[in-house]
Ligand binder design. Structure first.
Ligand code: 5AD
Ligand code: SF4
Length: 368
């Protein structure tokens, strides 16, 4: 049996696919160069925007043609965010409608059930991806992740340390720690260990101080040339974390810090808790302590109700920060999210595209 895994979306999905590959190899399967020659195709899906979802549907349709034209059996397995959402939806309606729409798919399997305990078959032999947590509790109003990946769960501390030590012994020089909110790592562990956890107010929200600075420090002592981490949120970016980065030169000086918008009203509607001023203050602290810092970010344009003035506040923030790179998205309504339920997707596509182009020219073209 030959397998092919198609991965859509973020590096978390890439890391999951590396574990799926290990699981299939343990069943005696061998990898196929492309899906056309495979007997077993796993589609690891992303739902962050409609366009990502559509790409997975396109592949299913292509596979359907192969399946019907071929005598030989072809198994199609869908996992990742789409399967996650379908299985977490208690009404069962999402799964039922997917099964009806795509009868050629043999199974929709949540990622937790596809070989997640396996030692990954790593694609990149120099930079190892290490997931340290999964899921998200933040419920940004536009984001489907809490519904696809569920609540945030941190991996046991010693498992991560053990895996990183082994990677170092194997000769890996670079490592990337992954989590939807990588710097929230361990807040759930702390919460479960004490009845009354200590909360600290940071960027507008009461937070449990995380174990991430401690973990990052310990990993940075293992002798890697570079320790990277993705993706951070501003509200768990503590002074303690800034100090750990400042004091360990092998921690990446390129930090990804999604801002999403530079307008306080939009940020509030996004349920992002901080203000433009608070984000800028954090950036100032980072720049002050970390030499040669490069910041990258995520921005959404055309969020429901975003006025020209509000968009200009984002432009202004980008000018002030001088991001090295930005992943700019056009707002896309996602199932089950608060913004889809409560707000109208009222910004025309042409306006979203124009705003995207303005930021693209300002940030990404400027650094070419
Ligand atoms: N529409 C557009 N972009 C989105 N993102 C998340 N949800 C949406 C959505 N509904 C973007 C955010 C996030 C990145 C991973 O994807 O900018 O940080
Ligand atoms: Fe989505 Fe917000 Fe969680 Fe990031 S922090 S995964 S944008 S809900």
């Amino acid at each position: 049996m030959r397998y092919f895994i198609k991965t859509f979306g973020c590096q978390q999905n890439t890391a999951d696919s590396e574990k799926i590959a290990a699981f299939l190899a343990s069943k005696g399967m061998t990898p196929s160069e492309d899906y056309k020659h495979a007997d077993y195709v796993v589609i690891n899906t992303c739902m962050i925007r409609q366009s990502a979802e559509n790409r997975a549907y396109g592949l299913i349709i292509n596979l359907k043609k192969i399946k019907t034209s071929r005598k030989k059996r072809l198994k199609i397995i869908v996992t990742g965010c789409l399967a996650g959402l379908a299985h977490k939806d208690r009404s069962g309606k999402i799964l039922a409608s997917l099964m009806e729409r795509f009868p050629e798919v043999d199974e929709f399997v949540p990622i937790e059930e596809v070989g997640i305990g396996e030692t990954p078959v790593r694609q990149d032999q120099s930079n190892a991806l290490v997931p340290i947590s999964s899921g998200c509790n933040n419920y940004c109003s536009y984001c489907v992740v809490p519904y696809t990946r569920g609540k945030e769960i941190s991996r046991p501390y010693n498992d991560i340390i053990g895996e990183c030590r082994k990677l170092r012994q194997k000769g890996y020089k670079r490592i990337t720690l992954l989590g939807q909110n990588v710097n929230s790592y361990g807040a759930d562990i702390r919460k479960s260990k004490t009845k009354k956890p200590i909360y600290v107010k940071h960027l507008g929200k009461l937070r449990i101080p995380t174990l991430f600075p401690h973990l990052l420090h310990e990993i940075s002592q293992m002798g890697f040339d570079m320790v990277d981490f993705l993706s951070s949120n501003p509200w768990d970016f503590s002074k303690e974390l800034i100090e750990v980065i400042a004091n360990n030169k092998n921690i990446s000086r390129t930090i990804h810090l999604p801002v999403q918008s530079g307008d306080n009203t939009v940020l509030k509607k996004m349920n992002r808790w901080y203000t433009k001023g608070q984000y800028l203050k954090l950036v100032k602290q980072l720049k002050l302590r970390i030499e040669n810092l490069k910041l990258t970010t995520d921005i959404i344009v055309g969020f429901p109700g975003e006025t020209e003035k509000q968009f200009q506040n984002t432009v202004e923030l980008c000018r002030e920060v001088d991001f090295e790179k930005a992943y700019i998205s056009l707002y896309s309504p996602r199932p089950l999210t608060a913004s889809t339920r409560l707000m109208k997707d009222d910004i025309p596509y042409s306006v979203k595209k124009r705003r995207w182009q303005i930021l693209e020219n300002l940030i990404n073209k400027a650094h070419l």
